[in-house]
Design a protein. Structure first.
Ligand SMILES: Cc1cc2nc3c(=O)[nH]c(=O)nc-3n(C[C@H](O)[C@H](O)[C@H](O)COP(=O)(O)OP(=O)(O)OC[C@H]3O[C@@H](n4cnc5c(N)ncnc54)[C@H](O)[C@@H]3O)c2cc1C
Length: 309
């Protein structure tokens, strides 16, 4: 099995990009392909490579920044929230350096039970409507070739934006996630060495959001479709894990998706399955009822409180 240690640095750089094309992958998944002049300098580490997307406000044709230098974050925070670029976290699904393109797969949310779908696409029934969801989901649903945005993305392959790093001595891999983690899961599976044993649980809203996940690994993938009636309370990943027979040997787990589910899965693995907590990499990709701004504000307040202690 391939293993890697985390690098000490996280060299990220701003790139201006534009939409080349977009394509529906399923009722709730949309692939946007980006191009740009300096994209030969972008270097994805593959797997769950995270990066930041900066979207224009609805009344702008490109994201507006006061400073793209070292002090960008302070300048960005000081900007008027109605004017500054909307920052969101996403995964580089695939980079094609030869054609200067990369893909991002967006989970379109807002069509959960209770919302009324309005899109007229081949996936219109149960698809995410253009008006619901958050700014990123809405932007992606409406993206057209030529639309401009800015990304903060890695300039070297071995960067701090890759979390999937099974240590030496790992015997098998456990992966769980929802639609938002599907791009990362696809990237991880395509990276695993031949013969690596992997158990994968993926929660999706629609049967048709399943997609091929090419891998050399010996991977068993379970697609868990949320039921419309029980979507609010049912936890398909946790339910499936509770009854799953897991392989023997030393595991490494990668857990992502909705924060509450991620916490519950981690608790189950550590307390009930005896996983070493250091061998469970867990990341809340979103939290029910909170936008990414809300989560960032919480983190900032937490860091400020810690500094005062
Ligand atoms: C490291 C990392 C990598 C990520 N990679 C991807 C990726 O490749 N593809 C992807 O689609 N997402 C990915 N996400 C998740 C994505 O950043 C969030 O879903 C984000 O909140 C979407 O922004 P938004 O503007 O659409 O919604 P926000 O404005 O942030 O949220 C608005 C409302 O929508 C809710 N919401 C947010 N996401 C969902 C959802 N998926 N389903 C239901 N309700 C939701 C929020 O709880 C909130 O109530 C990633 C997150 C992280 C941290």
């Amino acid at each position: 099995m391939t293993t890697t240690a985390a690098p000490a640095t996280a060299p990220f750089r701003f790139f201006d990009v534009h939409v080349v094309r977009s394509r529906r992958l399923g009722p709730a998944m949309l692939r946007v392909t980006f191009g740009g002049e300096r994209l030969d300098e972008l270097a994805s580490g593959g797997r769950d490579q995270r990066f930041k997307l900066f979207l224009p406000q609805p009344h702008q044709d490109r994201p507006v920044f006061d400073d793209l230098g070292e002090g960008w974050y302070t300048a960005w925070r000081a900007q008027d929230p109605a004017e500054r670029a909307v920052m969101r976290s996403y995964t580089i699904r695939e980079q094609r350096p030869d054609s200067g393109e990369f893909d991002v797969d967006f989970a379109l949310h807002g069509a959960e039970p209770g919302a009324s779908p309005t899109l007229s696409t081949p996936f219109a029934q149960g698809s995410a409507p253009l008006t619901a969801g958050g700014p990123a989901s809405r932007w992606a649903a409406a993206a057209r070739p030529g639309d401009r945005l800015t990304v903060l993305a890695p300039a070297v392959e071995d960067n701090g934006g890759v979390d999937f790093r099974p240590p030496a001595g790992t015997d098998w891999i456990l992966i769980t996630g929802d639609e938002t983690a599907l791009p990362a899961i696809a990237g991880i599976l395509s990276w695993l060495s031949p013969g690596t044993q992997a158990k994968v649980f993926i929660e999706i809203g629609h049967e048709d959001d399943r997609q091929p996940l090419p891998t050399f690994a010996d991977a068993e993938v379970s697609w868990l479709v949320r039921g419309p009636a029980t979507a609010a309370h049912h936890e398909p990943v946790l339910d499936a894990l509770r009854t799953a027979a897991l392989p023997a040997g030393t595991p490494y787990a990668w857990v992502a998706g909705e924060s509450g589910t991620v916490k519950a899965v981690r608790r189950h693995l550590v307390r009930e399955r005896g996983f070493d907590r250091r061998a469970v990499k867990f990341t809340g990709y979103w939290r029910r009822g909170a936008s990414e701004e809300d989560l960032l504000a919480e983190l900032t307040a937490g860091a400020a409180a810690a500094e005062q202690d």
